[in-house]
Design a binder for this molecule. Structure first.
Ligand code: ARG
Length: 488
């Protein structure tokens, strides 16, 4: 072997050498996910090199044609390599000859890999955002349909106050809306270009970092070259946003599992399974899997935090093992979001059973205390009156029991404070819900107002998603046009 720079074996030696650790070291199989991203990064870089006069137009044309050919052959046809970046370069050199190696002028796999991950992740995150929007639409539909459907509300899993299915559904819509917001923020911080950073210390070539960023639809350039190749905080932020959303989903899932166990909701058969031994069973276990995804995503986030902590500046190979955690999280959480939307959309809320249970456990007690407080009794004293009545009654206390408690605590008759009709309203679950019409409350009027705001927010977020996708589609076209200039 000579020291000829045109000899590819020289280039390859010491990188991916047929040694015993090759399989352990290689990320080529996992890199299938960034195959298309790497081709785009290669194209944008080569176009920029040609535009800057760093590579001549003919060579650029030959490399760009080879990239088309590599794309058509597909990831599975790539030669063996340490990773997709090296394998595509090798495949280009195989087609173009040594001049193909000019593609790697003024860059390193360090800025290359970071660009590829960001490129792919932003698209995957936008799909996750879309799934949250669809789930919000579903929750809002349920809220609209079940705005009057009174159900028991729980704290500590104990009957607490009557509420409505609509209010329950909107409570999750609000949480998912914040999840959407966090995911969009993660998209925007992910969408920055590390290209032109090279290994970490920039390059002697007159590169145009802004041009490459524009061709690839990145919103901006990461200014410091060492930061650009090192930074994986975008993985942390994305995975944290996904984990947070998974926790929201796990709440929806857990509520539905608990409600189903009490006969308060019927989960559609498509989201349930039967028992292999107990013929009568229909288990809402799809939702149990949703609940478990929150654990997986938290594991991915923890793995990332642990892998990234204490790494020195610039590229370290640990980073290769970090990436997969974000792919796992985005795949699992997006799928869980879609499945949750399906389960919620098809669930049945048995109004009669819910209404019958809504008053269980003297769930209207707070409303009775509110009534006394509104009549001038300090709330803490009113609480004491109603608590005393609850202690003596079996279930919801009747008028006499409440009157006796009022006598005992206040030394005055109940009727001095509340009239009989108002007390009936307070004791009735349906009427009691209707009176809780403070902003954000469960009264049908309050839920209807909240629903209007949720619909506006959803429309705004759909626009935000469409804008980002339009920007990326425009960049795809820009890159295609720029490449076209060099095609013979
Ligand atoms: N396979 C690597 C990764 O996924 C790509 C970058 C390798 N760079 C290097 N200097 N070894 O992170």
């Amino acid at each position: 072997m000579t020291g000829d720079a045109n000899d590819r074996s020289v280039v390859r030696r010491g990188r991916f050498s047929g040694g015993p650790a090759d399989e352990f070291v290689s990320s080529l199989a996992a890199d299938e996910r960034t195959f298309a991203a790497d081709l785009a990064v290669d194209r944008a870089h080569v176009v920029m090199l040609a535009e800057q006069g760093i590579v001549d137009a003919d060579t650029a044309g030959a490399i760009l044609a080879a990239l088309d050919d590599v794309e058509a052959a597909g990831h599975a046809a790539l030669p063996a390599g340490e990773d997709v970046h090296e394998a595509i370069e090798t495949a280009v050199v195989e087609r173009v000859g040594p001049d193909g190696g000019r593609m790697h002028t003024a860059r390193s796999r360090n800025d290359e890999v970071a660009a590829c991950i960001r490129l792919r992740l932003r698209t995957d995150l936008l799909a996750a955002v879309e799934a949250t929007l669809d789930l919000r639409a579903t929750l809002s539909s349920v809220a609209e349909a079940e705005v009057e459907t009174v159900m028991p509300g729980f704290t500590h899993l104990q009957p607490a106050q009557p509420t409505t299915v609509g209010h329950w559904a909107l409570s999750y819509e609000r949480a998912v809306a914040r999840d959407t917001d966090r995911l969009l923020a993660a998209v925007d911080r992910t969408n920055a270009s590390p290209l032109g950073a090279a290994a970490f210390a920039g390059t002697t070539f007159d590169v145009d970092r802004e041009r490459v960023a524009t061709l690839l639809g990145f919103d901006r350039v990461l200014s410091n070259a060492a930061d650009a190749v090192t930074a994986r905080d975008f993985l942390l932020e994305a995975t944290a946003a996904l984990s947070t959303h998974a926790v929201t989903l796990s709440g929806v899932a857990e509520d539905l599992v608990v409600f189903a166990s009490r006969g308060f909701v019927e989960v559609d058969d498509a989201y349930a399974s039967t028992s292999s031994i107990m013929p009568q069973k229909v288990n809402p276990d799809t939702l149990e899997l949703v609940r478990a995804v929150a654990g997986d995503a938290a594991g991915d986030l923890n793995a990332l935090l642990t892998t990234l902590k204490g790494l020195p500046r610039a590229y370290n190979r640990d980073l290769q093992r970090a990436t997969g955690h974000s792919w796992d999280a985005v795949d699992a959480v997006t799928a869980a979001t879609e499945v949750t939307a399906g389960a919620v959309a098809t669930a049945d809320w048995p109004a009669d059973a819910l209404a019958a249970a809504a008053g269980d456990g003297f769930s209207t007690a707070t409303g009775v205390a509110d009534l006394l407080a509104a009549a001038g009794v300090p709330f803490r004293t009113a609480h004491e009156v109603v608590a005393r009545a609850a202690e003596t009654a079996d279930g919801t206390p009747d008028r006499e029991t409440l009157a006796a408690a009022a006598e005992a605590v206040l030394g005055e008759s109940l009727s001095a404070y509340v009239d009989a009709a108002a007390l009936e309203v307070a004791l009735d679950p349906v009427e009691s819900v209707a009176t809780r019409d403070s902003p954000g409350g469960p009264a049908p009027s309050a839920v209807a107002d909240a629903l209007d705001r949720a619909t506006t927010g959803l429309d705004e977020d759909r626009t935000a998603l469409a804008e980002r996708r339009d920007t990326l589609a425009a960049a795809d076209e820009r890159l295609r046009d720029a490449v076209e200039v060099y095609h013979a």
